[in-house]
Design a protein around this ligand. Sequence first.
Ligand SMILES: [Zn+2]
Ligand SMILES: [Zn+2]
Length: 271
Amino acid sequence: MKYLQNIHTHTYYCDGKDAPEDLVKEAIRLGLNAIGFSAHSASYYSDYPLPPNGTENYIKEVNRLKGVYGDQIDIFLGFEYDMYCGIDTSPFDYVLGAMHYLYMNGTFIPFDRDIANMELQINTHFGGDGMAFAKRYYKELADMPRHIKADAVAHFDTITKLCEKKRFFDYECREYLDAAFEAIHALVEKIPVFEVNTGAMSRGYRTVPYPTAPILREMQRAGAHLILTSDCHDLRTLTYAFPETLELIRSCGFGEIYYLTKSGFKAVPLY
Ligand SMILES: [Zn+2]
Ligand SMILES: [Zn+2]
């Protein structure tokens, strides 16, 4: 099956490498029907390197590209919205709801920067108990619809990003899966679209995409809709590992994948 688009991409307006225009050109070269930009939400607790007026300039530039390339490819102005950031989402065509921080005792705690940071946070806030950390993450994530109106849930199990190299918790055991499954069922009614993300593979953190297969199978049972992205930070990875990931999605029981159109998400058969 032909893969159609990627709506999780970062540019030099946040922590990506490329100009939005170069990503559009690459998407056209690859024959995609659409590209969506999803800059990180800048907020008072985020230290992503957004330049001054970064969000404003980002919006302007993506809207300019729509005018220049709109007859060749659909371009969507999106946002990877951190769950607690409280920013107005009205300028955006779509919002990916993401969680990169826990909120505990009045403090925002980043947990996915690198292995040393994750270990430090688990030791500091959970007495070294990685499973307690995982349960806390899913409990907060399940609450996302109370904080934002997201169109899709980004990297649902992002806490496994660094866990192939060092296991802070067993992400295949019953206790972990129960916590994750509970979050799927809490979210799916309000936000039915979940992302399958190859970004951690392209950056060398993982050998397989997330969500992991047991979580994908539960998403299928729960009636979730999937989109495929590469969480692209470098245009060379715009469709990273898409063919094998579509195979994985199929093997987890899905018969279709969703893609974004000007009238919302639409299904396309995987066969
Ligand atoms: Zn993210
Ligand atoms: Zn991202």
